[in-house]
Design a protein around this ligand. Structure first.
Ligand code: UD1
Length: 418
């Protein structure tokens, strides 16, 4: 297993090109199964998760080519609508194939994802949504088996605007008979892009980017394969901006600045100087980092996927801050590790109280999930001395070339085999 070693306490300066968004490309790859044709996807990040999705598409029967960020998915011919436990357990987003497979094949067998490092993460909205679309659902040996000759449109209201359930139900409803209305739908840019992609394929979708998405079902034969450029990864960009506010001056390039509004607003509250052009955002560390409370929320609120990184920044703020995660109540596995670096943090339920300290000090730590790893990297870059971060395979799930990117900014950071 690899570890990342960081000699911290060094300023960072420079520009970094942001990759395509993991959370946008995964549902797009699943949606390619809807069409009996060849889909081209550009700006695809080379991540463990995208490679897992490729493996899954191949097991389902698609022919996939991936080179230099260009992905072609040939889903012509026979499809085997099964997503096995071995893959789904390593990546929950595999569950995205459920909607398109039912739609394309009239039935699908997809493993239940199970728990994860930050809580139970149920899939009940996905399943209840499909039931409302008239699918017959059974649980067989840990697999969801969904059957429907053709789904039938209806109104589905989510109790919470789940990203995954919105994506799955939209993909299922695209070819349902009649109209489907999703109320309290997710508005994340990744869902917006999925809907735009489906529209380009021939789907009839309106209300994209609002809480009410309306889908008028089309016959599956009307869908055609298209090309798409994946949007930039706002979470990767946010991670580098937070690192910049802690450590120097960083420009993130090729981003959509409005996707970063919530993090930019919070960075400005710390005293950091932030400026942007139409495609770049630059942050400069303030002399004194002011403590800033933060509560995660659905888009356009502050992303839960940047909560761990925000806490890393707050560990060296001049005072106390309170960070609340309303999306995932149990997503704090980075905290005991940041404490190993000298941070002062108390957690109660879904609230972390951080008391800023003058400095962090290097220590061996362990990463537990993608964003916790990013938080530890920021913590280690701040910390004086050497930090070993073990189990870095988590970071490779969601960040492309992370050491190269930080090294280009001046970080003293490398990878070793343990
Ligand atoms: C997606 C992102 C993940 C991000 C999360 C929240 C992908 C691949 N992953 O995950 O990085 O942290 O959005 O922005 O895009 N819920 C239920 N029942 C369900 C579904 C969700 O109760 O059937 C709850 C969850 O437990 C959680 C909340 O809804 O508390 C939000 O989850 P959701 O938006 O579905 O997250 P994911 O799509 O899994």
């Amino acid at each position: 297993m690899d570890k990342i070693v960081i000699n911290g306490g060094k300023p960072l300066k420079g520009s970094v090109k942001i990759s395509g968004a993991k959370n946008a490309v995964l549902p797009i790859m699943a949606a390619a199964l809807l069409v009996d044709g060849i889909t081209h996807v550009r700006r695809v990040p080379n991540l463990r998760d995208t490679r897992t999705m490729i493996k899954l598409l191949e097991m389902i029967g698609a022919k996939v080519k991936f080179k230099n960020g260009d992905l072609t998915i040939d889903a012509r011919g026979k499809i085997n609508p099964v997503a096995p436990y071995e893959l789904v357990k390593t990546m929950r987003a595999s569950f995205y194939v459920l909607g398109p497979l039912v739609s394309r094949c009239g039935e699908a067998k997809v493993s239940m994802p199970g728990g994860c490092a930050w809580g139970p993460r149920p899939v009940d909205y996905h399943i209840n949504g499909l039931k409302k679309l008239s699918a017959k659902i059974e649980l067989e040996g840990g697999y969801i088996v969904a059957r429907a000759k053709r789904l039938i449109g209806t109104t589905i209201r989510f109790d919470y605007p789940s990203v995954g359930a919105t994506g799955n139900i939209v993909m299922a409803a695209v070819t349902a008979e009649g109209q489907t209305k999703i109320e309290n739908a997710a508005r994340e840019p990744e869902i917006v892009q999925l809907c735009e992609f489906l529209k380009a394929m021939g789907a009839d979708i309106s209300g994209i980017g609002t809480t009410d998405i309306i889908i008028n079902g089309v016959d599956i034969s009307e869908l055609t394969a298209v090309e798409i450029d994946v949007i930039p990864d706002r979470i990767e960009a946010g991670t580098f901006l937070i690192a910049g506010a802690a450590l120097g001056e960083i420009t993130v390039q090729d981003v959509i600045p409005e996707h970063l509004d919530s993090v930019i607003d919070k960075l400005r509250e710390t005293g950091a100087i932030v400026s942007s052009t139409s495609s770049d955002v630059t942050v400069r560390k303030p002399d004194i980092i002011k403590p800033v409370d933060m509560t995660t929320a659905v888009y356009p609120g502050f992303a839960t996927d940047l909560q761990a990184q925000w806490i890393a920044l707050m560990t060296i703020a001049a005072g106390s801050s309170v960070i609340t995660d309303t999306v995932y109540h149990d997503r704090f596995s980075h905290i005991p590790e940041l404490i190993r670096l000298g941070a002062q943090i108390d957690v109660e339920n879904n609230v972390a109280s951080v008391t800023g300290v003058k400095e962090l000090k290097g220590a061996p730590v362990m990463s537990t999930d993608i964003r916790a790893s990013a938080s530890l990297i920021i913590g280690a870059l701040i910390a004086e001395g050497k930090t070993d971060i073990s189990r870095v395979y988590h970071i490779d799930r969601g960040y492309e070339n992370i050491e190269e990117k930080f090294r280009s900014l001046g970080a003293d950071m490398w990878r070793e085999s343990e």
